[in-house]
Design a protein around this ligand. Structure first.
Ligand SMILES: [Mg+2]
Length: 245
């Protein structure tokens, strides 16, 4: 196993808990990486952001109330994935998808429906790299993996704002490819985004592992035929300490 990958085994960072079940997987030539909860995280809660942006639009919502309802609304949402659309139509679809989540969230906390301007402002808010942070261990780990000769691709259930976020957060130069579900036309746990990332890296499924933090990562990797390392980040609510293939 590559030196850098040994570090994957420690808990709560870009690593999994040490278990007796050390993987007997062949050394990979590439890694597919989840983004949110694996490489990057919000600096403040979704509720805090919603409340702050809504306030600027004259709408009062309680951050804690948003935080209480948002995870379930997000989990129950249809895949953030669209067909083959031109850029403008895809942007519209991405904004509408989030608009529906915003509407559902506001309705769940009995706030007045968010006007289109507020929906747009929230969409732009989360496109700002300043609202996000890179986990402390990530940059050094990506550099070590690259130095070990691994090709790296992000596979994320997100939209095209991710490209700007990774650029603004300084991670883009460390990545060989970024696949977002909205463009892929399918979201994890569907295996298609994984296939597209493997294609971009010019690797086969037995040459790569997936690293993520959620059940979608595990199920998606399984469906795509990749070993999966699940991280246990302290700040994510959906993290698991399972390691499986
Ligand atoms: Mg994640």
């Amino acid at each position: 196993m590559a030196d850098g990958l040994v570090n994957v085994q420690r808990p709560a960072t870009m690593q999994t808990p040490s278990t007796q079940q050390q993987p007997a997987w062949p050394r990979p030539r590439g890694l597919l990486l989840d983004a949110m909860g694996t490489l990057i995280d919000l600096r403040q809660s979704v509720g805090s952001s919603y409340a702050a942006v809504a306030e600027r639009h004259g709408v009062s919502v309680e951050a804690a109330a948003i935080d209480a309802v948002f995870p379930a609304i997000y989990r129950q949402a249809p895949p953030l994935a669209f067909g083959d659309l031109d850029d403008e139509t895809l942007l519209e679809a991405e904004r509408n998808w989030w608009g529906e989540r915003i509407n559902a969230t506001f309705a769940a906390v009995e706030a007045p429906a968010a006007e289109p301007e507020l929906q747009r402002a929230l969409f732009e808010h989360f496109a700002d790299p300043g609202q996000w942070q890179v986990y402390a261990d990530v940059e050094a780990q990506l550099i070590r993996w690259r130095e070990a000769g691994l090709r790296l691709a992000v596979v994320s259930n997100f939209d095209r704002r991710l490209h700007g976020l990774l650029e603004g957060l300084g991670l883009s130069p460390l990545l060989d490819a970024v696949v977002v579900s909205s463009v892929a036309g399918a979201a994890k746990p569907d295996p298609r985004p994984f296939s597209l990332a493997l294609e971009a890296l010019q690797l086969s499924r037995d040459q790569a592992w997936h690293v993520g933090d959620s059940p979608e990562d595990l199920a998606g990797a399984r469906a795509a035929g990749l070993p999966c390392l699940l991280l246990e980040r302290a700040s994510t609510s959906n993290s698991r300490s399972t390691m499986s293939r």
